[in-house]
Design a protein around this ligand. Structure first.
Ligand code: C2E
Ligand code: MG
Ligand code: MG
Length: 292
């Protein structure tokens, strides 16, 4: 019996691996024309100010409507896109679209809204990257302060001098920089000093452990304190519960993002959220820092 079950497990595993291999093939075949076929779209997830619960920003998150596999999240296709070099084309599309969306929201009367765009390591390493960002901003006619680049710390590890130049140029143009998934992977604190970082984003894995995990608590509080001492704002993402929110508010975290305030949503829906200006004010009232 045990042997039979073992065999079934192996079969299931093999079949799973075969499907994922076949899907990888489909992804590689289809991703190269995704931009030209108009199969990409952007979702937006609200970012909320700790002070008053207002929506102060949106993170743009990419989705791909594969003709064969349906809607895919970046994890499913970004690695392939990077391997095949289409990431450049995709990155351009994302930037252009984010800037156009920013233009719409600016025209609605929200010129201070910050829209965060994720930038892959490969994009950042292109010599023309800074110029392309500036061009996209100018083409859309938006203030450069509306665009915030979210960069993983590992992207800063390689080619330091060259990337340093790129980011310095962007900073000079008024484009802001957030260090994404802070504290995970190859994180070196050195990059906080060497680069003009405006915000750091506490990795979701730390937020997940709040407030029960004493190690997560220690790391979260240390990141917040360090960020503030360096004059940076600290963002927590992956905020899912009022308990997490309460803890983060009591400990002076500046900006929140997560399912508690809204899943990534289509631009239209994000626009409605923006018009309301507040999401989940009930959660905010429930976690008043001075009441606890
Ligand atoms: P990220 O920048 O860390 O983005 C946050 C991810 O967390 C998003 O996944 C979002 O849907 C998810 N998330 C948000 N709130 C919660 C929550 O409360 N709980 C949980 N469990 N998850 C939450 P998504 O959209 O699948 O994106 C995954 C990653 O793909 C992003 O991680 C980002 O690194 C990358 N990515 C997304 N869009 C782009 C893009 O346009 N360009 C590039 N280069 N990378 C992108
Ligand atoms: Mg991000
Ligand atoms: Mg993350």
């Amino acid at each position: 019996q045990a042997k039979l079950e073992g065999l079934n497990l192996v079969r299931r595993y093999t079949r799973g691996a075969a499907i994922s291999l076949r899907n990888d093939g489909i992804i590689a075949r289809e991703i190269v024309s995704a931009v030209d076929n108009g199969e990409l779209r952007l979702c937006y997830q609200p970012q909320v100010s700790a002070g008053d619960g207002r929506v102060i920003g949106m993170e743009a998150l990419l989705r791909w409507q594969s003709p064969t596999l349906g809607t895919l999240i970046p994890e499913r296709f970004m690695r392939t896109a990077e391997k095949l070099g289409v990431i450049t084309q995709i990155g351009d599309w994302v930037l252009r679209n984010v800037c156009q969306q920013a233009r719409i929201w600016r025209d609605w009367g929200y010129p201070d809204l910050e829209i965060a765009v994720n930038i892959s390591t490969l994009q950042l390493q292109r010599p023309t990257f800074a110029m392309e960002v500036v061009e996209a901003i100018q083409a859309a006619g938006i203030p450069s302060g509306m665009i915030v680049l979210e960069i993983r710390q590992s992207a800063l590890a390689m080619d330091m001098n060259f990337v340093h130049q790129t980011l310095a140029n962007l900073h000079r143009e008024g484009i802001r920089l957030t260090l994404d998934d802070f504290g995970m992977g190859d994180s070196s604190l050195d990059s906080l000093i060497r680069f003009s970082v405006d915000k750091i984003k506490i990795d979701r894995n730390f937020v997940k452990g709040l407030p029960a995990g004493s190690r997560e608590v220690a790391i979260t509080c240390a990141i917040i304190a360090m960020g503030h001492q360096l004059g940076m704002k600290v963002v927590a993402h992956g905020v899912e519960t009022e308990t997490q929110l309460g803890f983060l508010r009591r400990n002076q975290c500046d900006i929140f993002q997560g399912h508690l305030f809204g899943h990534p949503m289509a631009a239209d829906e994000a626009g409605e959220v923006l018009r309301r200006r507040f999401v989940r004010s009930d959660a905010f009232i429930a976690t008043q820092p001075d009441r606890t």
